[in-house]
Design a protein around this ligand. Structure first.
Ligand code: HEC
Length: 122
């Protein structure tokens, strides 16, 4: 009988750990809006969305959804929640974004997606 009380909490902990990542995976694929995976690909590894010719320069351009498995939580959170780009560098100069804003996702949901992308099996 004592053994059951020792083992049970381990099962409960293991179960909630796994389902948290699964929850994050589910939200990543279906965040109650257009799926992150549609653009960022399986497991957030990044994907080419489209190629096009720029009207002004006539140059061939690529629209790429970047790899999002290595960004900091601060960058991640601000981009998903507020569509705010914090990073200096190539995204700093964007005055448009192909990515929708997911302002309705609550903090726990954003954290779950982040955890899935950074710790989950992909
Ligand atoms: C319609 C395509 C599309 C969808 C859907 C999409 N993204 Fe994006 N995402 C982009 C593009 C393109 C960028 C590059 C910067 C920009 O255009 O805003 C980006 C940038 C990001 C960045 C910033 C990366 C960096 O290094 O600064 C994060 C984080 C991110 N996306 C997370 C998500 C998450 C999480 C979801 C789902 C809740 C999602 N995206 C859905 C296209 C998309």
């Amino acid at each position: 009988m004592k053994l059951i009380f020792l083992i049970l909490p381990i099962f409960l902990l293991a179960e909630s750990f796994i389902s948290n990542l699964e929850y994050g995976e589910m939200l990543y694929n279906n965040p109650r809006g257009i799926s992150c995976a549609k653009c960022h690909g399986k497991g957030g590894k990044g994907k080419l969305i489209a190629t096009y010719v720029d009207d002004k320069t006539g140059e061939k351009e690529k629209l790429i959804a970047p790899n999002i498995t290595k960004v900091s939580y601060e960058i991640f959170y601000n981009k998903v929640k507020y569509s705010k780009v914090l990073k200096k560098g190539k995204f700093k100069t964007l005055n448009y974004s192909a990515m929708p804003k997911y302002g309705y996702l609550v903090d726990d949901e954003i954290k779950s997606i982040y955890n899935y992308l950074h710790k989950g099996k992909k």
